[in-house]
Ligand binder design. Structure first.
Ligand code: UDP
Ligand code: MG
Length: 139
């Protein structure tokens, strides 16, 4: 039986500020196994497609600018109840609302530049993982 998977991105602000090591340490300490991981940069077309669900929202343009301005760390993570447990670990979208000790509380600057992505469902985790990784890159 395969355990659950989620998909994450350590967003450009996390890479720029040198927070990758600390965030990966928290992910590791929280019991997630790394299935796939790479440093990569999304093109404008990539980011528009990845965030297509938000295309009508007022922040869409800024979100695409932000997510393409530098490299990200993309990863697939495995753990029982991975999607929900990872959303708990990262905290609320707006770091002002995020619980103490969460990744966004510790490392996010604002609701826009909020350090990390976490999939919101098993279905989207599979879609988002496949968007960034070929089958031979998953272990
Ligand atoms: N975002 C933003 N302004 C908002 C809401 C979201 O800039 O008012 C950005 C933010 O980077 C967020 C991403 O858009 O992580 C996707 O939004 P979503 O509501 O899916 O939040 P998430 O699932 O990342 O917590
Ligand atoms: Mg979301």
């Amino acid at each position: 039986m395969r355990t659950d998977r989620t998909f994450t991105m350590l967003k450009p602000d996390s890479v720029e500020k040198g927070h990758v090591g600390a965030i990966l340490e928290k992910i590791n300490a929280s019991g997630f196994r790394i299935v796939a991981m790479k440093l990569t940069q999304m093109t404008t077309a990539d980011a528009k497609e990845f965030y297509a669900v938000h295309s009508e929202r007022p922040f869409y343009g800024e979100l695409v600018e932000y997510m393409t301005r530098g490299p990200i760390v993309a990863a697939i993570l495995e753990k029982d109840n991975a999607v929900d447990d990872f959303r708990t670990l990262i905290g609320a979208t707006n770091p002002a609302d995020a619980a103490e000790g969460t990744i966004r509380k510790l490392y996010a600057a604002s609701i826009g530049e909020n350090a990390v992505h976490g999939s919101d469902s098993d279905e989207n985790a599979a879609i988002e993982g496949a968007f960034h990784f070929a089958g031979r890159e998953m272990f």
